[in-house]
Write a protein that binds this ligand. Structure first.
Ligand code: XUL
Ligand code: CO
Length: 435
């Protein structure tokens, strides 16, 4: 299908290029801090926003009028979408893609038919991946669209839904493994509640923890090497979701002993819905040892919902990349464009413009973050702020064997009187702007 206006892949043409479809900053082979840009980002195209979403919003339907949304045979439509995913990856020079089972294949009459449809499309992927060298960053099961999930998936009051979800995740994990997927994602779209008056929150949390353990146990059984990634989101569509933010997921993982098997897929728009910055969520996950992957997008600060815009804000992306580098970068993770063009962006090429522009903005973020790191003054300030902790007497306070009464005795003996020091925020903000 001739969908896009261009035939040749988008290339890096330098900062001054006037070609509307060119990379000006994203230069895949350019090394930054010893690693190519391609390897820093591990960009991925998502199936759901790029190929499935027709442009609807709460007040109106399809604005895009994509041909495959209006085909009589859903399996034929699924094949067209598969072709187009690989064409999109080729034109954008992006190595990875991500999908929900329901994005790639129609549901059919029952789970058996759905599984068969998913497997049939995965077979097509297998061939296309072998031909093109493109890879699967992660797969995931859609356990939120069908009405059977309206009261939750694994946390549904009905155990039949819990069991159904187990069957769906099993198949999706199998398919993800067969395709060499590097991670498996779980986003608890409806794992929460609308109102507490009909909800047994304790029971639902137990269901969530047990479901996750079952998936982790199965992952080990089949030898799936990548991590399971939980994607935090505080609300929407539910009033409250159990996977609210990085901190609450860490609590759940700790209580089920899953903190070594499960990592996090963090999304900018979800972070701000939880009242955090993207940087906060990344830094916290890294500090807790559960940083995995990112869903790259941008929420509108004036709206209280998940607008999933393409990330374009260079100063924000600079601080984000600073945290990614501080976290040690990606291993199995990457940057999935969980982002959708606006519903008025109805030209097929708008999809290419959106991805390419966000790749450029992220590249500028990386270059800025690298400059900050190479400059060294910011880190030197942070190190200085904590330097006293390396003195043995202070270090010992954090170790086993330290006791409150012994510390108290030392404070009295040495007449310790803390001397406040400036946090130098404005100086540092200026320093960032200078760099
Ligand atoms: C929804 C969202 C999902 C997950 C995958 O807000 O971000 O698309 O990324 O289920
Ligand atoms: Co997401």
């Amino acid at each position: 299908m001739n969908f896009y206006s261009i035939k040749d892949a988008i290339k890096y043409e330098g900062h001054d290029s006037k070609n509307p479809l060119a990379f000006r900053w994203y230069n895949p082979d350019q090394k930054v801090l010893g690693k190519t840009m391609r390897d820093h980002f591990r960009f991925a195209v998502c199936y759901w926003h790029t190929l499935c979403w027709p442009g609807l919003d709460p007040f109106g339907g399809d604005t895009f009028m994509r041909p495959w949304h209006h085909m009589a045979d859903p399996m034929e439509a699924a094949k067209v979408k598969a072709d187009l995913m690989f064409e999109t990856l080729r034109l954008l020079d992006i190595d990875f893609f991500c999908f929900h089972d329901l994005d790639i294949a129609p549901e059919g009459k029952n789970l058996k038919e759905f599984n068969a449809n998913v497997t049939a499309i995965a077979k097509i992927f297998e061939k296309k991946m072998a031909q093109s060298g493109k890879k699967l960053l992660w797969g995931t099961a859609n356990m939120f669209s069908n009405r059977r999930f309206m009261a939750g998936a694994a946390t549904n009051p009905d155990p039949d839904v819990f069991a159904y979800c187990a069957a769906q995740v099993k198949h999706c994990l199998d398919v993800t493994k067969d395709l060499g997927g590097e991670n498996y994602v779980m986003w608890g779209g409806r794992e929460g509640y609308e109102t507490l008056i009909n909800t047994n929150i304790g029971h639902e949390l137990k269901q969530a923890g047990r479901f996750l353990s079952l998936a982790v146990e199965y992952k080990h059984k089949i030898g799936f090497k990548g991590p399971i990634l939980i994607e935090p989101k505080p609300k929407e569509p539910t009033v409250h979701q159990y996977d609210f933010d990085v901190a609450s997921i860490y609590g759940l993982l700790k209580s089920y002993g899953l903190e070594n098997d499960v990592k996090l897929n963090i999304e900018q728009n979800h972070a701000i819905l939880a009242g955090h910055t993207f940087q906060h969520e990344i830094a916290l996950a890294a500090a807790l040892g559960i940083f995995g992957s990112l869903d790259l997008n941008r929420g509108d600060y004036l709206l209280g919902w998940d607008t999933d815009q393409f990330a374009m804000n260079v100063p924000e992306l600079t601080l984000m990349m600073l945290e990614v580098i501080r976290a040690g970068g990606f291993t199995t993770g990457g940057m999935n464009f969980d982002a959708k063009i606006r519903r008025q962006s109805i030209d097929p090429d708008d999809l290419l413009h959106a991805h390419a522009a966000s790749m450029d903005a992220t590249a500028r973020g990386l270059l800025g973050a690298a400059k900050i790191i190479e400059d060294g003054r910011l880190q030197a300030e942070v190190d200085k702020r904590y330097a006293k902790w390396s003195e043995p007497v202070n270090k010992a306070m954090l170790e086993k064997g330290a006791a409150l009464e012994a510390i108290a005795a030392r404070v009295h003996k040495d007449a310790i009187e803390p001397q406040p020091k400036s946090g130098r925020q404005e100086y540092l903000e200026n320093l960032l702007n200078q760099v």
